[in-house]
Write a protein that binds this ligand. Structure first.
Ligand code: GLV
Ligand code: MG
Length: 356
């Protein structure tokens, strides 16, 4: 038994009080870089201002013999980091790896005041978050970190999906969730070898035409490709909404297919996600475009909110019925436009909004 009042009490003496609300900060793209790679480290000052989140990756895609170099490289980047609009995140190694403890220990001691969010991979249940929560509180207290470190979980095991609501609700540190389609596909024994995106074999087809009805054979039957990730993403969005935290599409691995990437990102955006990972600089612009509402949509939302006055009742605008619910939908779009514009004068101008 635990009193709900204790949910917001620090988990270690001297640790900062947990946040009661997850602040909305633009995070349309979480741009991954490998801090063990010196060439990538030298590019950080150029790339950082072009992204909402820069993430030093210590987990998969960093080979076992580069783990120490990646951790040291991220510490070097973090020490030179000036906090501003761009957030600095990390993806640490998984809880069952030999590197997790060293990752968290070293990062908290060396750059705990520079990191905004720690992404934890392969989270399977609330017990994983409880462990990380207490450990971070102890380290915050030990090091004197004043702002609570937030935690982002990757949903990439079947058990994680089954426990998604309790993962989101496990701690006030929970900032958000990303879909991890590669690990999730493997864990579920799905038969796709792609990193995210669709699959040409995942189809629904129209019925056969009965014989004698001018049968043109199976060629006349239209097939539509379905979205392999719809179910998981929709569950994630609801779980995050319930907990007041943010959902993200994860990686899209086919860098050579910007159109497929844009479609997948847009599906996620329309379903409620706030961003996606960019694994290559070419995906930064895609994420920025997709996860910022279109100016025409913002103008429409503004018109509906204005014409609906106090937000109750019903009016017709251009033949479309508007009521209390559509005003709420429009406010979601407007609020996102305002939040994104606050750090982006170009976007503010496109929306016709004032920047502070
Ligand atoms: C990401 O980590 C994935 O497994 O897709
Ligand atoms: Mg993974």
């Amino acid at each position: 038994m635990r009193s709900p009042k204790d949910f917001f009490a620090p988990l270690a003496l001297g640790a900062p009080a947990p946040l009661r609300e997850i602040p909305f900060r633009p995070s349309r793209m979480i741009h991954f870089f490998d801090p063990s790679n010196e060439r990538m480290r030298t590019k950080v000052p150029d790339i950082a201002p072009t992204v909402d989140v820069l993430l030093g990756n210590l987990e998969d895609a960093v080979s076992a013999d580069s783990k120490d170099a990646a951790r040291a490289g991220l510490i070097e980047v973090g020490k030179a980091w000036e906090r501003g609009h761009t957030q600095l995140w990390t993806r640490v190694n998984s809880l069952d790896s030999p590197w997790f403890l060293d990752d968290v220990w070293a990062l908290c001691h060396e750059i705990g005041d520079k990191l905004d969010v720690i992404m934890v991979p392969k989270v399977e249940g609330p017990e994983d978050i409880h462990y990380v929560d207490r450990l971070l509180a102890q380290l915050e207290a030990r090091v004197g970190i004043e702002q609570p470190l937030l935690v982002h979980a990757i949903l990439e095991t079947a058990r994680g999906v089954a426990n998604v609501e309790s993962i989101c609700l496990a701690s006030p540190r929970m900032q958000g969730l990303s879909l991890g389609p590669a690990d999730l596909a493997a864990d579920r024994r799905m038969k796709t070898t792609r990193v995210g995106g669709g699959h040409p074999g995942y189809l629904v087809r129209t019925d056969p035409v009965p014989e004698g009805d001018g049968d043109a054979g199976d060629d006349a039957r239209t097939a539509f490709q379905q979205d392999l990730w719809h179910y998981t993403l929709a569950r994630m969005v609801d779980a995050c909404g319930t907990a007041g935290i943010l959902p993200y599409y994860g990686p899209f691995g086919d860098i050579a297919d910007p159109v497929g990437c844009e479609d997948q990102f847009r599906n996620a955006y329309l379903l409620g996600c706030v961003g996606a990972w960019s694994l290559h600089p070419s995906q930064i612009a895609i994420a920025k475009r997709v996860f910022s509402p279109e100016p025409a949509e913002v103008a429409w939302a503004h018109r509906v909110v204005t014409e609906m006055g106090d937000g109750t009742g019903a009016v017709m605008i251009d033949g479309k019925m508007q009521d209390d619910a559509t005003v709420k939908q429009c406010r979601v779009v407007l609020q996102l436009a305002r939040d994104l514009s606050a750090a982006d004068p170009e976007l503010a101008a496109a929306y016709g909004l004032e920047t502070a």
